[in-house]
Ligand binder design. Structure first.
Ligand SMILES: *Cc1c(COP(=O)(O)O)cnc(C)c1O
Ligand SMILES: [Zn+2]
Length: 414
């Protein structure tokens, strides 16, 4: 029997074939990939992983493809940074940053999900790929489609950051800027997906796409020396990443690669778009959609598809969901840059700001082995920090000018 059994409804458990489907026709629940774990157990071990490719494909046995990977061969396996200077600033002892700002090729964690989605899209026979995006997904789909020679349509809200728009156009897909927010874009794309036989990575092939996020959990466990952290802090947009990090850790436990998982999973949202945090704080078990207003555009999903499951994961693991205001996001970005030399986008600022709050509240304890997920690069959201970084010191091209200026700045700093 093949490792990829098919799809299964998360709610009523009805099974479906491994086709481009994403909603249960009986209960409208979301479909999830259904594996034959006995088969996987035969195909993978800690040794085969360690000796595997230096990319996310070292975990191919746990991903929803049937043949070898064909798209995104260099994604994943990003640095796990021991962040001692940031840890000291936050009063923690054992802090790590999973640095997906340097994912190949488009500098965000979306290069993981897209590598899996497009490999699967080709297996399913699609010649055109598409997505509804808050920014990074469109960049990644555009780049991977160019490399794979697939036709490509990306749909984005029209008010995205300049670098995120350019970061699509350069690869020559059809870029459709929709005058509305992400939730409008997503609604439109669901309609288009039912009319055109394209692989919308986060709509009709979403079950396959979402599995790519598990590789962040696998790498976390492997890079920490085959163990799971005490606490993880994960940014939430649709909520998929958070739920898949938990799923990935549990799979490694189930396969016997790591000891029983006791990780608390906490979520980070921007205050201007925090439907999951609001439900968490109000002790509700359902999500009320909101209208986003935040500089963290990559996380600006007001009606998150997996919000319910993200909330459930946080509660079940004893984690928390906190928010960051726009000024706190900027402060998070600059704190990370100044202490660890990592330039993250606004989502990274949200994660660092929330990490700081959870540490201050004692929800992350001093000795907890903690991993924060830094999911996108700062050069893509320069607008957010332009005002916060100051100006270079300007001088004439001679030593006197340099020394006078340096004396002046030293005096000002003193
Ligand atoms: C898409 C994205 C996320 C969150 O993804 P979800 O799986 O939708 O919750 C986090 N950070 C960045 C930078 C992203 O682009
Ligand atoms: Zn169902």
């Amino acid at each position: 029997m093949a490792k990829l059994k098919g799809l299964k409804c998360r709610e009523c458990k009805k099974e479906y074939p491994a086709e481009p489907l994403h909603v249960c026709e009986f209960c409208f629940g979301p479909l999830e990939v259904n594996y034959n774990y006995d088969e996987i157990r035969e195909a993978i071990s800690r040794d085969t992983i360690s000796q595997g490719p230096k990319s996310l494909w070292r975990y191919a046995a746990l991903l929803p493809i049937e043949g070898p990977p064909t798209v995104g061969l260099h994604g994943g396996l990003t640095p796990m940074v021991k962040a001692d200077r940031l840890a000291r600033a936050l009063g923690l002892d054992s802090l790590y940053l999973k640095n997906d700002t340097v994912n190949h090729p488009t500098l965000s964690f979306k290069d993981r999900v897209v590598a899996v989605a497009l490999t699967r899209a080709k297996e399913l026979g699609f010649d055109t790929v598409a997505c509804a995006s808050t920014g990074n997904l469109a960049n990644s789909v555009s780049a991977h489609a160019a490399q794979a020679g697939l036709k490509c349509y990306v749909f984005i809200p029209s008010d995205l950051e300049a670098a995120k728009i350019l970061g699509n156009l350069i690869y020559k897909p059809t870029v459709v800027a929709v005058e509305g927010n992400y939730d409008d874009v997503n609604r439109l794309c669901s309609e288009i997906a039912s009319e055109y036989s394209w692989a919308f990575v986060n709509i009709n092939i979403r079950p396959y796409y979402a599995e790519g996020s598990k590789t962040l959990a696998y790498e976390t466990a492997e890079q920490l020396g085959w163990r799971s952290p005490d606490h993880v802090v994960v940014p939430i947009a649709s909520g998929s990443l958070l739920t898949k990090i938990w799923k990935g850790l549990k799979e490694f436990e189930q396969l016997g690669f790591i000891p029983p998982v006791k990780t608390r999973v906490s979520g980070a949202q921007a205050e201007g778009c925090s439907p999951v945090a609001e439900a968490f704080k109000a002790k509700r078990d359902f999500i009320k959609p909101v209208k986003p207003r935040t500089i963290a555009k990559s996380l600006a999903i007001g009606n998150p598809a997996d919000g319910y499951y993200a909330l459930k994961t946080v509660k079940e693991t004893g984690g928390s969901v906190e928010t960051a205001t726009d000024p706190e996001i900027v402060e998070g970005i600059t704190l990370l840059a100044e202490t660890e030399g990592i330039f993250a986008e606004t989502a990274g600022g949200v994660t660092i700001a929330v990490l700081k709050k959870l540490a201050a509240q004692g929800k992350i304890r001093k000795g907890d082995v903690t991993v924060a997920y830094i999911t996108g690069h700062g050069l893509k959201t320069q607008e957010a920090v332009m005002q916060a970084v100051g100006e270079p010191v300007r001088i004439q091209p001679n030593l006197t000018s340099f020394e006078q200026t340096i004396q002046n700045t030293k005096r000002r700093e003193a």
